[in-house]
Unconditional design. Structure first.
Length: 364
């Protein structure tokens, strides 16, 4: 297995010990029953992690939506990180990213036939979803709720990045862990995400040993597959483009506000060496100044063949941005990603999820 260099700020370790003591005490309050976790009479699946930064929660949530939506009425509940609203909000076709958050907007925009709601109080959000009729909700997917222990999910799916496994990390602020790696024990399923598509069998064994899971915990590995470049503004006449249509002399300006754009940069370099990029922090709220910078940087590219590529999550924040120049809109494409379960384990994973929903739907 290739050695991965994980940056740990060792001088901050004393603060990590204090942070760890606080999160350990909070978890113990739940374990002792002083703080109450509430169960609901509906299949509930939590997708989360114990680290900050992108482990691929939204693509894996979308995978589950795709898996379940043909058989069940699915709802996705998120807190709506960095949204400009508070409380419970049920998304509709007119909802904007600034009101519900970029990731819920992305999911609703892609799956118009499911319910998408946001609420920082997940218990309250579930109670509101359970009141919906015509049709009633069959299963609820909780996006990024692993630390929200006020809800006791039927299945907890814990994600960990292949490039930064939780077993190799440290607590905040020295590392990126939100809580002790012992938090993994609450998960029924662990998925190692963002694996190389050509990962070797020996790597599966090494990582399995490193993670040190209990026998009741199921371990899977996943990778990302990129779809077709999709116009962000679909009414301007552009069509979808396969990545293979990118020509070697084509110039790409990559705009991202995600935790780690390196994988995306490397993917685009498979098709052209001319990739420039503007990288902002995860969930960055693009300002008018950022839009001016985008316009300036794109105009500096003198090549005749040029486009702007962004992620689906960033496209959600650009779609209704008042400061985005109209002349850029026809050049702007989003690159979707899809999850693929590795090791020929996709069927087994799907059966685990569908089996849980079927059994608990029957008993609810």
């Amino acid at each position: 297995m290739e050695e991965k260099q994980i940056k740990i700020n060792k001088w901050l370790l004393p603060l990590s010990h204090i942070y760890g003591a606080a999160t350990h005490f909070r978890n113990k309050l739940f374990d002792w029953g002083i703080l109450q976790s509430k169960s609901f009479d509906i299949p509930t699946i939590c997708i989360g992690n114990i680290s900050v930064g992108g482990t691929g929660k939204t693509p894996h949530t979308e995978y589950l939506v795709n898996l379940l939506r043909n058989q069940y009425k699915v709802a996705v509940l998120s807190r709506g990180y960095k949204r400009h609203s508070r409380g419970y909000f049920l998304a509709n076709e007119d909802s904007q990213a600034r009101v519900i958050g970029d990731e819920p907007f992305q999911i609703k925009n892609k799956f118009s036939d499911i319910r998408v709601a946001v609420d920082e109080n997940r218990c309250h959000g579930i109670e509101q979803l359970l009141q919906l009729k015509d049709p009633e909700v069959d299963v609820i997917l909780l996006d990024d709720a692993f630390q929200h222990r006020y809800v006791k999910a039927g299945i907890n799916i814990l994600l960990t990045d292949y490039n930064r496994l939780f077993c190799e990390d440290k607590l905040l602020p020295a590392g990126r862990l939100r809580e002790s790696r012992k938090g993994k024990n609450r998960a029924q399923i662990v998925i190692v995400t963002k694996c190389p598509a050509d990962i070797k069998p020996i790597d599966f064994k090494i990582i399995s040993k490193q993670l040190d899971l209990f026998p009741f915990q199921k371990l899977y590995f996943s990778t990302f597959q990129y779809g077709k470049l999709t116009p962000v503004f679909k009414n301007l006449g552009q069509t979808e483009r396969a990545l293979s249509s990118i020509q070697a002399d084509e110039q790409i300006l990559l705009l991202t506000g995600i935790a780690s754009p390196l994988t995306l940069v490397n993917e685009l370099h498979n098709y052209t060496s001319h990739v420039d990029y503007l990288a902002f922090d995860d969930h960055h709220d693009f300002s008018a100044k950022d839009m001016e910078l985008l316009h300036e940087r794109f105009n500096q590219i003198k090549a005749e063949k040029k486009i702007i590529v962004t992620t689906e999550k960033d496209a959600a924040r650009l779609l209704h941005h008042p400061a985005l120049k109209n002349e850029l809109k026809s050049y702007l494409y989003a690159l979707p990603i899809e999850v693929k379960i590795l090791q020929n384990q996709e069927k087994k994973f799907n059966q685990n999820i569908i089996g849980y929903v079927r059994e608990n739907k029957k008993n609810s």
